[in-house]
Design a protein around this ligand. Sequence first.
Ligand code: CAA
Length: 262
Amino acid sequence: MVTTYNNVLYQTDNGIGMITLNRPKALNALNSGLLKELDSLLDEIAQDDNVKVVIITGSGDKAFVAGADISEMQSMSALAGRTFGKFGQAIFSKLENIPQPVIAAVNGFALGGGCELAMACDIRIASEKAKFGQPEVSLGIVPGFGGTQRLSRLIGKGRAKELLYTADIVDAQEAYRLGLVNIIAPADELISTAKALAEKILSRAQVPVQLCKAAVNTGMDTDLESGIAYEAEVFGLCFATADQKEGMTAFVGKRKPNFTGK
Ligand code: CAA
């Protein structure tokens, strides 16, 4: 299946949904049009049980996403800015919380809203050409699509504050060292690396994969006791699945499991 929006390309293949943000002339900057399409597409994906893993990348060889669209924001009032920020935040929270794991394949600049988008994904793979940063203070604003919150949660508040206050842009190696990216791949192997990771996830039992995502996300936003209690519930739920019986029967029988996603 191929769905074409104006600013977003979407293809599915064998359980993998591939989103390509497609405004290459503006380095895939996030304008309202692109954000609205991404919002609709995420609703579509969240309801599609055939899609098990999502990969998100940028079109062209230069940028993942060079940020929110500066031309569109240039003349915004404070109230319009807040509305735009809340809109982007809601979409990134939706992305963070769709049932399926999401892999960001960062093919170039991931700045401002681009870095924030990558951070709303579950796992980040960076091309060795990728560059990351939150340069908002050099534009007279703060990050508005979750950057002040997700960056500090991901890399710790000291390092996050340094990047936020300086507007420094870091390369893939430094992003890896900071814990901002999971894997670095050669540029021409970025998508195949993301697909290989997606296929590895696809080979596992899908109900617990999705429950792991829900449990980590729920736990990160609450206290340890509540997170642990949530984990006990989803752990128990797994024993109601056919894949739990299959996984453990296969282990005991010394064979590979044949998961059905049920
Ligand atoms: N918004 C709108 N247009 C953008 C853009 C953005 N964020 N980033 C790049 N573009 C456009 C440029 O205006 C240019 O358009 P024209 O060809 O029509 O002039 C085109 O994309 C190519 O960009 P450059 O010529 O600047 O390319 P470069 O290779 O010289 O530089 C770059 C690349 C370093 C990424 C540079 O484009 C840049 O600094 N972009 C802005 C990065 C940034 O500040 N992002 C944060 C935005 S604010 C934000 O995201 C707020 C938030 O948290 C929600």
